[in-house]
Write a protein that binds this ligand. Sequence first.
Ligand SMILES: [Zn+2]
Length: 448
Amino acid sequence: MLTRSHWICTLAVAISWATGLGGWAHGDERSDPLLDRFNRGSHSVTAFEDVIVVPMDSKRVLPHQTVIIRSGRIFAMGRTGEIDIPEGAERIDGRDKYLVPGLVDMHFHLFPADGGTDPESVDHALALLVANGVTSARSTLGSPNHLEIRDRIRTGKTFGPTLYLASPPLHSKETPTPARVRELVYQYKTDGFDLIKLVLKDRTDYDSAVVAAREVGLPIFGHVGAAIGIEHALEVGQSIEHLDGYVRVVEEDLKRLAGLVRATRRANVWNCPTQFFHECLYSRDLAKVGSYAGVSLVRQSVRDEWNRQKTEAIGKHADKEAELATRRRIIKALRDGGVRLLVGSDSPGDFRVPGFAMVEEMRSLHRAGMTPYEVLDSATRLPADYFSALREFGTVEVGKRADLILLNANPLQDIDAVLDQAGVMLRGAWLPRSVLDDAAKRHAAALF
Ligand SMILES: [Zn+2]
């Protein structure tokens, strides 16, 4: 049996495919203005002049900085006036603006090729991520065609963030023996997946996957079935989605929360709570879900269908406010206990528009009691650490990949500032707000 949240999560994705079928626009990839702009921009030289840098290496801001970008990397950074701006560089006025690392959506669904889905929907979703400052994403439900999508992005044929790919999920039903599980883990490593996704209910299968993943050097993450149990998942170091395992234990006995937090910290286990996904799913307020960021860009007929399904769900299901409060309590306790949390949108889905949903998750985590700095840390530096790629991205430092967002306000004071973007830099290519707004409109209308 799958865990409840997995079932819901999978169902939500399935519904969004079903409601979207036949409705996707067919754009011409070759004339994609974002891709053209990216391919021109990624090789150019850009200077952010007199900008306030929020480096995210610690809780500080660096005023009056000039940052030079060259060949997709942060080439130089220092006090304005002390840094030479190369001739021919595109100059961006950074006065009173904040330069922060690009965001990483740690729970994102690339559509599978065999899902009966228009492959162009993938392009729409990827564009929406970048249009909201998401410059890297972890795909959490693998499919063989994702390897090709990642290659197309790497080679400039598809516009999109840097992708980290989970393997196809290991289910007990489809992987009947521990030997088969082991074989698949080795296969996924050879194929080129970055992580092993676990949805195994059988303990022997699960342990076989854990050992094999360790042998091939791939991290494991995913759901925690009842037969596995949170304690065992912590023991083997699986990183955990949706607070699986915690909610049930804490609902039964609140006194066990402190012990669970300590065990999680001791095991150094990562958590991706996907709180916004649960708020969205459990909300009984049509006006509220309709006001989530990005939803107004979705076609009216699709929104009507979302509303119809939401109304039906409200009639069928019990109030889940208590569970949402428990989740908030767990998030806060984990954070205060030094556990590393990640920001994941669990999009696309009903009322969850890629990219916009990432910012909504940041707001949700803030409402759960995390400070703006902690939330931003969970969306930038910590994911890079998760992928053992801190030398590559995650902070604003010389040598790192030029994945950046220019904000009109200070995100350390108000997390909503993350929505107020003057522009995004994707691997060295500058995309100003007007371009992003246009892209968000087009792709949100076409995706669903
Ligand atoms: Zn999901």
